[in-house]
Design a protein around this ligand. Sequence first.
Ligand SMILES: *Cc1c(COP(=O)(O)O)cnc(C)c1O
Length: 350
Amino acid sequence: MATFNINNIIRPNVKAMKAYSSARDEFQEINDGFVFLDANENPFNNGLNRYPDPLQRNVKSILSKIKDFPANQILLGNGSDEVLDLLIRAFCEPNQDNVIAISPSYGMYSVLANLNAVEYRKSLLNIESFQPNIEDIFSKVDENTKMIFLCSPNNPTGEIIKREAILEIVNRFNGLVIIDEAYIDFATEPSWIEEIKKYPNVIVTQTLSKAVGLAGIRLGILYASQEIVAVLNKIKPPYNINQLTQLKVIEILSDYEKVVAVTNAIIKQKEVLEQALTEVSFVEKIYPSDANFILIKVDNANERYNQLVEKGIVIRNRNNDDLCKNCLRITVGTEDENGKLIEMMKKLEA
Ligand SMILES: *Cc1c(COP(=O)(O)O)cnc(C)c1O
């Protein structure tokens, strides 16, 4: 097993820097009897005149209970995108380090690597199974490889990455393994967050944008060792999660049974949609999905995509992604929306 030590991978300038200390970092107790004249806020109460909690303790406390995971090992971001950006900036030296990601996968990994002048190396998935090619990944690892990005269930393929494959990568690699679990709530396999105490180089990211139905508020979640979270807390913008978001998350997560019920309803609809797609003549392949979308192969993706747009139905054309020639990605909608899609697809057959 390779040895992992966070001190070997943190950027020297990040290690040396001191965090910005906000007014609410220096004095945390929110006590009704106190007079707060420390943050240059407007004193007139409109519900939002005060800065939000920089560590979002109430939000993390609910998440910690739901996920059965220590609150001090959670970091929140303005969407997963901010969390992933913080990771690259904390651990990858511009114009020197590199990261590896599976392909096809989520487009933001390469955007964020490019933005930070970090070399992006992609490793194609296995064409039949959409599972990672482990030997190919390790042929691309060198002493400047800081991270391997795995997305599971993967976007746009929909498949969960097999546990044994992730385990082998985690064991062999002495950098960070980022497992993006944006779609884990739709999957049949458990999350990797419970493995973090055993594997300190594992970082799991999740989001409230998909199963929880809060894409509009932008909340990304990172689960990692206390050491990693401490580094990220040091470099994050002090008030990165606004007060409206924090309040709404607490409200929605307080009724988690409802969130689970909606997730299950979407999974049910996915099964109905998968079945209906088998009856569309130009659909050549329906890939198995552990997410809230279905990847299909059709006779001509560009043409079918345009035809559906003309009928007012917008899906995602993935024709230009690696291994996705003539593939379309369909998000599972309501029963009514899925019904319209199938009806239109059948009309196109004629
Ligand atoms: C949708 C999605 C996200 C979510 O990003 P947010 O910024 O949290 O909305 C993250 N990763 C993948 C793979 C996704 O498909």
